[in-house]
Design a protein around this ligand. Structure first.
Ligand code: BGN
Length: 291
């Protein structure tokens, strides 16, 4: 990779935000792992909570952006509830207002396929929302640093891996799983995602689809950048079935890159329903091939 690999420092931007938007983003942030009893995902996506979270006092710095936060989902109600309970006030705090959260739910039973969900989600969202910035977000990761801006400002065509530092216990220490990792939370410009041909559609069950994406970066000379503020708490959930095929798939990942991804997702998956809430669009998806 010959580009600007490494750290993306947005400290100047944080200073600008503090002057123009009158908010001091101080870094570490207390997250709340116990959503109140009346915070139930579907009902809370309606007006009562949105009134609390919708930022009317918006910051002009973000006004040219349209941000899509895309969450792949199935059977993780508690994780999703906790994520939204923290993410909506987090975005409000950053004075980011021109965003929509898209939950892409796999309706097909059997093996989970995150790559397919992200691809069909992106493909559909490009038609209905036209984002200028896309954030692919694991359902179990909660941002713990308010300077980790959920925005593409100052981002070139090199994507930003937001979740390089993760902890699994609330008072535990952060670990960087490995330096090649691009999974977890990834911020990317749509044109870069298209250039990469999205994720591979072939990784079923847990593991590897993000490493495949890392290899796609390399083959297109796209570099991974990381913010200095990428700190997350990883929530727990039941263990997942590992993809025993992942090493084999990774072996020839880039040979398939241009024929397996965004450009064949319409033959593999389709959107079955779309439910609109004020800040969230819930999209259900089914596979249409013999996978
Ligand atoms: C890795 C997984 C990733 C996962 C991270 C973090 C593989 C492929 C073999 C190298 N990769 O080991 O998919 O995001 O752990 O949990 O298993």
């Amino acid at each position: 990779c010959t580009g600007n690999n490494g750290i993306l420092n947005r400290t100047n931007l944080i200073h600008q935000i503090s002057t123009i938007c009158k908010i001091n983003l101080n870094g570490s942030l207390k997250i709340n792992l116990n959503p109140t009893n009346d915070f139930q995902i579907r009902s809370s996506l309606t007006l009562k909570y949105v009134k609390l979270w919708k930022t009317f006092n918006t910051c002009s710095i973000f006004e040219n952006e349209t941000i899509a936060i895309i969450i792949s989902y199935r059977d993780r109600e508690k994780n999703l509830q906790t994520l939204l309970y923290n993410l909506l006030p987090f975005l409000q705090r950053q004075k980011i207002f021109n965003y929509k959260i898209f939950i892409i739910e796999q309706q097909t039973s059997g093996a989970f396929n995150k790559g397919r969900l992200y691809n069909i989600g992106f493909y559909h969202i490009m038609k209905i929302y036209k984002p200028t910035c896309v954030i692919f977000h694991d359902v179990d990761l909660i941002p713990e640093n308010d300077q980790n801006l959920y925005s593409c400002l100052k981002l070139t065509n090199h994507p930003l891996h937001m979740s390089a530092n993760v902890r699994f216990k609330i008072n535990g220490s952060y670990t960087t799983i490995y330096s090649f990792l691009v999974g977890g939370v990834l911020t990317i410009r749509p044109e870069t995602f298209i250039l990469l041909n999205g994720y591979s559609n072939r990784y079923f069950n847990w593991g590897g689809e993000d490493d495949d994406m890392g290899l796609r970066f390399l083959s297109k000379d796209i570099c991974v950048q990381r913010p200095t503020t990428g700190y997350y708490y990883a929530g727990s959930h039941s263990t997942q079935i590992r993809n025993e095929n992942r090493f084999k798939l990774l072996f020839d990942a880039t040979l398939r890159q241009d024929i397996d991804g965004l450009n064949n997702i319409d033959q593999l998956a389709r959107v079955t329903n779309t439910y609109e809430y004020p800040l969230v669009t819930w999209i259900t998806v089914k596979w249409i091939d013999k996978y």
